[in-house]
Design a protein around this ligand. Structure first.
Ligand code: NAP
Length: 261
């Protein structure tokens, strides 16, 4: 499988580069990054601590896609729409891991899925997929008498909030209780908690890769469902498995649940 990386010199891009080196049958053919990236023009393998790979980080997204069958994107939300349009035009499957996508990027992904296979998710981990399934089950079983709140914890360099995973977990809750509205934090005299809210809170600091806890709070008991990521390789692994799964598939939207089978 010939793979292009978008956001190649970032934390996730380099984690995927290292994983590809241990994976049979996958070759990185392009490495796109932002025009202001200080790591521009550098050999991707050297950046990943592997030795030269002969693939250089480039601001030219179109030429980075040349020869690729699949592109994996872990960049920034504002860069996604252009990437998706370019990949669609070239018939390249898209794995998008960037979080907090805007409406334009979501529309571009929907349009792309008419032409190429697409998997876009705020969390590539198989464990989080199972957490989302467990959350749905718990919310359904416990019913209206339990309040649901979500806390996400990430490293101090994370630039967006809430995390894509928290958004994914809110969706899992709303799949069962669509009447709930997402409330991002509380501040000041907000009054008593109402029955129609699901609170989402971001904690930032240190080098935490990513922890998520869904609280189901009832009278006399509470359930805490937690996922903790201990390194980035798990997201890289999920993204690479997703890319291998998409290669040769029909156009459409796919999910991590499909990759897990
Ligand atoms: N879905 C998941 O499982 C998962 C897991 C981890 C992270 N994420 C998400 O993935 C994204 C990236 O995370 P990260 O930790 O790898 O961040 P990062 O280290 O900041 O890497 C992002 C990379 O994208 C580059 N970039 C910015 N604009 C670009 C453009 N126009 N074209 C191409 N590349 C561009 C950045 O370059 P500059 O530094 O020059 O801006 C940087 O090298 C975030 O949204 C994060 O929340 C998702």
């Amino acid at each position: 499988m010939k793979l292009a990386l978008h956001g190649a010199s970032g934390r996730m891009g380099l984690a995927i580069t290292r994983l590809v080196q241990q994976t049979e049958g996958v070759e990185i053919v392009g490495a796109a990054t932002s025009p202001s990236d200080p790591l521009l023009g550098r050999d991707l393998g050297e950046l990943a601590g592997l030795g030269a790979l002969g693939v250089v980080t480039s601001p030219d997204v179109a030429s980075s896609l040349l020869g690729a069958e699949v592109v994996i994107d872990f960049s920034t939300a504002s860069a996604v729409t252009q990437l998706v349009q370019l990949a669609t035009r070239r018939g390249i499957a898209i794995v998008c891991g960037t979080s907090n996508l805007d409406a334009a990027a979501q529309r571009a992904l929907d349009k792309a899925a008419e032409v190429v296979p697409v998997l876009a998710t705020g969390n590539m981990s198989f464990g989080v997929q199972v957490l989302a399934e467990v959350v749905e089950h718990a919310v359904r079983r416990l019913g209206l008498a339990y309040d649901v709140e979500i806390v996400e914890l990430h490293h101090r360099k994370k630039i967006d909030a809430p995390s894509g995973t928290a958004t994914r977990l809110v969706q899992a809750v709303k799949n069962v209780r669509p009447e709930l509205r997402e409330l991002r934090g509380r501040d000041g005299e907000v009054g008593k908690r109402t029955l129609d809210e699901v609170g989402v809170f971001g904690v930032r600091g240190g080098d935490v890769i990513g922890d998520h806890t869904v609280y189901l709070l009832g009278d006399g008991e509470r359930l805490e469902l937690t996922h903790r990521a201990s390194n980035r390789d798990l997201f890289a692994h999920g993204a690479l498995r997703a890319a291998q799964f998409l290669a040769g598939k029909k156009p459409g939207r796919y999910a991590i649940a499909d990759v897990m089978g």
